[in-house]
Design a protein around this ligand. Sequence first.
Ligand code: PNW
Length: 463
Amino acid sequence: MTNELIFPSTFLWGAATAAYQIEGGATEGGRTPSIWDTFSHTPGLTKLGHTGDVACDHYHRFREDIKLMAEMGLKSYRFSLSWPRIQPNGSGRANPEGVDFYQRLIDDLLEHDIEPWVTLYHWDLPQPLQDAGGWPARDTAERFAEYAALSHHVLGDRVRYWTTLNEPWCSAFLGYGSGAHAPGLSDAEAAVKAGHHLMLGHGLAVQAIRDVRPEHELGITLNLYAVSPQQDTPVDVDAARRIDGLANRFFLDPILRGEYPADVVEDLAKVTDFGHVRDGDMEIISSPLSVLGINYYSRHVVAAPVEGVEPEPYWRAPSNWPGSEQVRFVTRGVPVTDMNWEIDAPGLVEVLERVHREYPEVPLYITENGAAFVDEVVDGEVDDVDRVAYFDAHLRACHTAIEAGVPLRGYFAWSLMDNFEWAWGYTKRFGMIHVDYDTQLRTPKSSARWYADVIRRNGLAAQ
Ligand code: PNW
């Protein structure tokens, strides 16, 4: 028996998606290729050769999708702009057709009383910018700030919430470190440089936007993890310190404190001397934010390297952890999702309380949280009880954190609907709405109805 849990009256309930994962329309309306088009069209890099060419065909079906959002009672919808749709090839003037698509999407959201929440960069770098060096090149940060200002100029009259980057850890360390994500390169030093230039681009974008409309809510979204040692031994504790350093503090410290964590810089000494950091960068990167978005999925449990034992590769790739390649990721035998990620709701309380305790106060939002499961369609229905249990446990964790004084202002479920799960293609389903990729039929799952009830009562029913 659990009690009814009611959230603060202004709590923002939403769901999230990203452009490349749902839009399709890859060659329509003047859109040019991004690194994800190139990557997914390269044989062997995504599961079953899946691409985002059509995805959920949201580019043509957004009105139908917004109707479903309205039926769920969503207060907000977090989506991303496709950079090469707004600014083909990553430079020059805005593409009117691309701008028009997002204006129609946003206007339809507003007509349904759904607050649009825009992410500027959810991983689809225009291919020409990669050809010019990509994120390891400093110039990409400048290009991003230009694109951010341009997008804000054409959409700022109707969007109040702006997120610069989604999960720079993934862009830097999966994109350039292990190569599991686009552009699929594997170079530890390039990955660290990419991380810096992503944060620099974020800071420059914040400055450009804030000057225009100081009343807008501006922030970044980081994927943060609970991290713990397998055993309470000095070597395992040190492994946990390293992974916490790269996964969490490598981004939190520069953005919220204006400095890289000294121990991480030391861990990375063999990889880079940080010569790419210029005077003034850290001030730009730590430009004040009004929102910090947190994506939470799981906990990393790690152990010290063992001689002769190779750590398990992620997907097809070497390591996501420059300078700490030998740390072992272990499983504890607790229940996992279809991604093999451990289900750990207390870890979310840990992450929220830690950010609140260790960093200057900033309003927090969970901008993603959710789980992939193998959904079965039975008589046209999907009764995804595992996903409901996952959401329920993590919302209880959010409530616990709020009671403890954490300024958590909203929660976005990942994801509104099944979509292109990056290197896993369409083989992993995270949606509250089922998508049949042959017919594009949408079917709300049990979790969609359950979430609608949570939003309606502004909390969780007693059980
Ligand atoms: C996030 N990892 O991606 C993204 O923001 C979403 O686009 C994505 O669909 C969702 O989480 C589920 O994966 C991640 O390997 C991808 O640690 C990979 C990792 C983390 C986050």
